[in-house]
Ligand binder design. Structure first.
Ligand SMILES: Cc1cc2nc3c(=O)[nH]c(=O)nc-3n(C[C@H](O)[C@H](O)[C@H](O)COP(=O)(O)O)c2cc1C
Length: 185
């Protein structure tokens, strides 16, 4: 069975990021995938302590809410990541998570868990897509260095507008659902 691990970097329980992530999950589930979700806003998540345990071990020394993600990622066929853009970047919560993914790299920074499909989702208040471009490139490039193959990257802009483009959101929701379906081989 295809295993999909989803990381939600938005603290808003009813925000646009989570809605798009849910669409990916529904698409994958409709094809029989198993879904495992991690809420990166969980208060039990600790930041990387820089102990370098992961330089000599395939895993992390911190025993917290994120600890099960290492086994989940190892077993996963696909990874889905979503975050709003906060100050031109992924959220602080997502950034803390990113440091905790350092175990994905082993000797000479070679990937330990390559070969996974990847979908990324970003949402921002401004209508100007360039606001999020650098943050998106930053995240996608790091996950690419893990040997995760980017299948699609969705970027919904303009949520702070008095009338967000709901037709566009609908189209992206459909794209997210299809992305989820396509994760299942
Ligand atoms: C602390 C903070 C910083 C933000 N910075 C930006 C920004 O730099 N550019 C932007 O377009 N929107 C920015 N926003 C707006 C969010 O990207 C927007 O509200 C988005 O819809 C949040 O995603 P969500 O609906 O999944 O919660 C910021 C919001 C917050 C709370």
């Amino acid at each position: 069975m295809t295993k999909v691990v989803i990381f939600n970097g938005s603290p808003r329980k009813n925000g646009y990021t989570i809605k798009l992530l849910e669409k990916v999950a529904k698409g994958a589930e409709s094809k029989g995938a198993e879904i495992i979700k991690f809420d990166l806003n969980n208060p039990e998540i600790r930041g990387c302590q820089g102990c370098f345990y992961c330089r000599t071990h395939d895993g992390c020394a911190i025993k917290d809410y994120l600890q099960p993600m290492y086994k989940a990622i190892t077993e996963a066929d696909a990874i889905v990541f979503g975050s709003p853009i906060y100050y031109y970047q992924i959220t602080g919560q997502a950034r803390v998570w990113l440091d905790r993914t350092f175990p994905m790299l082993g000797d000479n920074f070679s990937p330990r868990h390559s070969g996974k499909k990847l979908i990324t989702i970003f949402v921002q208040g401004s209508l100007n897509p360039e606001i999020g471009t650098e943050g998106i490139k930053f995240l996608n490039n790091i996950l690419d260095s893990y040997g995760w193959k980017l299948e699609d990257s969705i970027h919904y802009c303009g949520t702070s507008e008095s009338a967000p483009d709901l037709a566009e959101f609908e189209a992206l929701s459909l794209r997210a659902f299809k992305n989820g379906e396509n994760l299942v081989v």
